[in-house]
Design a protein around this ligand. Sequence first.
Ligand code: DCP
Length: 503
Amino acid sequence: MEEVHLRAARPSDRTGHTMPGDLAASPFRADRDRISASAFFARLGGVTQVVSPSGSGLLLHNRLTHSLKVAQVARAIAERLLADPVSRAKLDELGGCDLDVVEAAGLGHDLGHPPFGHLGESVLDRLARERFGLPDGFEGNAQTYRVVTRIDVRGVEGNGLDLTAAVRSALLKYPWTRHSPVPHQAAELPRGASEPSEMPGSGATKFSAYSTELDDLLDARAPFEKGLPEWQQTVEASVMDTADDIAYAIHDLEDFHRVGILQFTTVHHELQEWLGHSVEFAAEEHVGVDDNRPGASLEHLRRRIHAKDAWIADDQAFADAVKKVRTELAINLLEVPFDRSQQAEQAVVRFSGDWTRRLVEGIVVDESVQPRSGHVALAPEQWHEVQVLKFVHRHFVLQRPDLALHQRGQDRLISNLVEALDEWLLDKAEVAPHRLRDLFDLARQEFDELPAEVLPAGADLTTLARGRAVVDFVASLTDDQAAALLEALSGRTTQLWNDTFVL
Ligand SMILES: Nc1ccn([C@H]2C[C@H](O)[C@@H](COP(=O)(O)OP(=O)(O)OP(=O)(O)O)O2)c(=O)n1
């Protein structure tokens, strides 16, 4: 076999089976094409970014339009850094940065996002752990890795997209498993590795692979092991991660301005009140914040940044960011309600274009090792701006009772669907959907091969496999497919052939 550069190594190099159909000559370009041609990628058009895309027409992003933006931003970041000989040399030293790799990672990073986005993610995690006893639960990033390495199908050689080591590594935002000891050895835990305080003993909050994909993770990371601690993202993963943050910090605000949810008065009031009282807030540093006071939520954010991200926290940068967001978001964009006129569209395009450029230009290569950040990251000024932009979205959109109401319904929908599919497998597996049975066979084989110590003592492997199969199956539906499938399984539809799902 011809010598393959380690970054471009594919799992199939070991078996000698070549995959059919790549048009691109370059391996990383081929990976980008494999991801964008995947049915799992097309599916993202029907998956929630923040609220369900059905019915919103052109107004809201879904996970597909989001992924396209992340790929665009990631490529722009890499192009800019590679154009500068000094940062290019640093990137080479840190493991390499390739334009097609970061673009592929941007396109592929959300392939495992379940129906209804983050809400679906937390419901599937709860059911995986509590109903089926799966210690790994469910996590969107780990599911992405499972899709590209096991579930998506390409060619005759079995499972996965057979991606290069560099692209697989670039998809690993959190390069550890839920219960792996790796991040726990670090003096300070990397971002995402700590346990959620409300679930002691449940392992890392975020992780990019289940135990079943650990071998693959180690194989993908092998080319980088000399230059990077094992918990550290590759620079290409950091480019994708930063591009993800930039893309959604901007387009979530764009979306909710378009649908009239983000209001000038409330947003401006909160930002202005904090600016007017920041000195008093700071003087009361050691007492609790009175939550009824305008500006209090923003003050909570400032204090949280100090508590969790002391390595970058800077009060002057925070205050400057609040001023900037007040002027450019509240005054220049939100003050005139969106009426779908050309002028209103131009204001949105200006806002997102200016901010994207500004944030991309604020990205630096930092060779020092910082557990809460990657080697490619936003400079402090822009980092604080992103925190404030995300705050506006979290505080004025995500915490709305009407959104919570909607999500309670989606929680019930996913729970009922999982229960109905599980019962189907238990009851009449022989006529269950082919795909579900294939997923069961895959999981059963994986659990048979796993070392006993990663499984709960006395675990019933059939139950674990049934759980993983049902969760994989549900996670690969669109929002509408999940709803239609539950309708049919509940006897609420008389229509037999339905274009929302094909079993
Ligand atoms: N409770 C939440 C949390 C986030 N979001 C939305 C806001 C963003 O549009 C997107 C952010 O989630 P991502 O999966 O894109 O990225 P993160 O960086 O937050 O998480 P991860 O690192 O797990 O990808 O989801 C949401 O609707 N509800």
